[in-house]
Write a protein that binds this ligand. Structure first.
Ligand code: BG6
Ligand code: MG
Length: 219
């Protein structure tokens, strides 16, 4: 059998976390709720609805359903204004090399993201065609750390979870991969992602030799 690869999108392939941060910060401040990098970290991998629920909880605020929906729309509009200015220049360092190596060597590749904007972003950065399957926020009902998103990816790729490798930048995402008994690879801050089987600061550290190590790793 061939091992399969599932990539998270935000914070792994592209640095959209900074755009989510800007949009959530503006929203939080409009409600007089403090929002710093620390809060933002806790929203990585978390769905749009759950993120707003968390922000309101931090600020001890309750709002009407109508206001809630308006804020979600506003946040997404601001976020998309940043996204729409993206191009392939915004692909994080080393990602393209990894994707090309995996493609050239016929490894199955899927996307596993909580975002409802995943397809739009992949199109913007011209990576859509690399992915055999895309599982995103439109297809899942249970948020990471629930493994649903990754298990769906495995099912579509027709590969056992134990035979797949997940790249993630969020704690919830690493937990989701671990919960499914997949090989978990943390991309980013090792102190946040210490539960991962492997840790790298970025894809620049993932050489062909590293990929071979990941492929041969048995959990
Ligand atoms: C995740 C991001 O990938 O997608 C979260 O890490 C974001 O920050 C979530 O909230 C949902 O994204 P979107 O694009 O549907 O608002
Ligand atoms: Mg992410």
């Amino acid at each position: 059998f061939k091992k399969a690869f599932i990539f998270d999108l935000d914070g792994v392939i592209v640095d959209t976390a900074k755009y989510h941060f800007l949009a959530w910060k503006n929203l939080a401040e409009s409600l007089d709720i403090l929002f710093s990098e620390e809060e933002n970290e806790q929203l990585k991998g978390v769905s749009r609805v759950k993120s707003l629920e968390k922000i309101l909880k931090w600020g001890n605020k309750t709002i009407s359903e109508e206001k809630f929906n308006n804020l979600m729309t506003k946040k997404n509009e601001e976020y998309l204004s940043y996204v729409d200015a993206m191009s392939k220049e915004d692909i994080l360092p080393g990602v393209l090399e990894t994707l090309n190596y995996l493609k050239e060597n016929d490894y199955p590749i899927a996307l596993g993201s909580a975002s409802k904007n995943a397809r739009r972003i992949l199109n913007k950065v011209e990576l859509y065609s690399y992915f055999e399957y895309i599982v995103d926020g439109n297809e899942v009902s249970k948020a990471k750390p629930d493994p649903e998103v990754f298990l769906k990816g495995c099912e579509l790729l027709a590969v056992e979870p134990q035979h797949s490798i997940v790249f993630e930048d969020s704690q919830a995402g690493i937990q989701a991969a671990n919960n499914a008994h997949m090989t978990s690879v943390g991309i980013g801050d090792e102190s946040v992602l210490s539960e991962a089987d492997f840790n790298f600061k970025s894809f620049s550290e993932i050489s062909e030799d590293v990929l071979k190590t990941l492929i041969n790793f048995k959990k």
